[in-house]
Design a protein. Structure first.
Length: 124
């Protein structure tokens, strides 16, 4: 249950992060006019699914940093794949150099670390 809730909170946090960065930097998240309205939400959804899968896969692991690094790399890769398929391969390079996609990938790693801190205690 906790990985599912964490992935939902992660998706909301990505939307908030992208909104704040967009306001502060005065820049659009997807700054290609002909990209369509689904590239950005698709990238965020792919990163949320990857974060959820990493949380499920590393649930029993004792190494939190390995899961965080895995979440960072895989969510970055998933967002780049969605950008490359949804718009163009050259756009994926543009997105990875901007602040939005790396910020969402770092947030994925932080989510994994925070969830790993909430380990249930066994009392007998």
């Amino acid at each position: 249950m906790l990985p599912t809730l964490a992935a939902i909170v992660y998706a909301a946090a990505v939307a908030a992060l992208w909104g704040i960065l967009s306001l502060v930097l005065d820049r659009e998240v997807v700054d290609y006019e002909d990209a369509g309205p689904l590239v950005g939400p698709g990238m965020a959804a792919a990163a949320a699914v990857v974060t959820w899968l990493v949380l499920l896969a590393t649930r029993r692991s004792s190494r939190a940093w390995t899961g965080a690094a895995l979440a960072l790399l895989l969510s970055l890769g998933a967002m780049m794949l969605v950008a490359a398929v949804g718009y163009a391969p050259t756009a994926a390079v543009h997105f990875v150099l901007g602040p939005f996609v790396p910020g969402a990938a770092a947030l994925s790693a932080v989510t994994v670390l925070v969830v790993r801190g909430f380990r249930p205690r066994r009392t007998i």
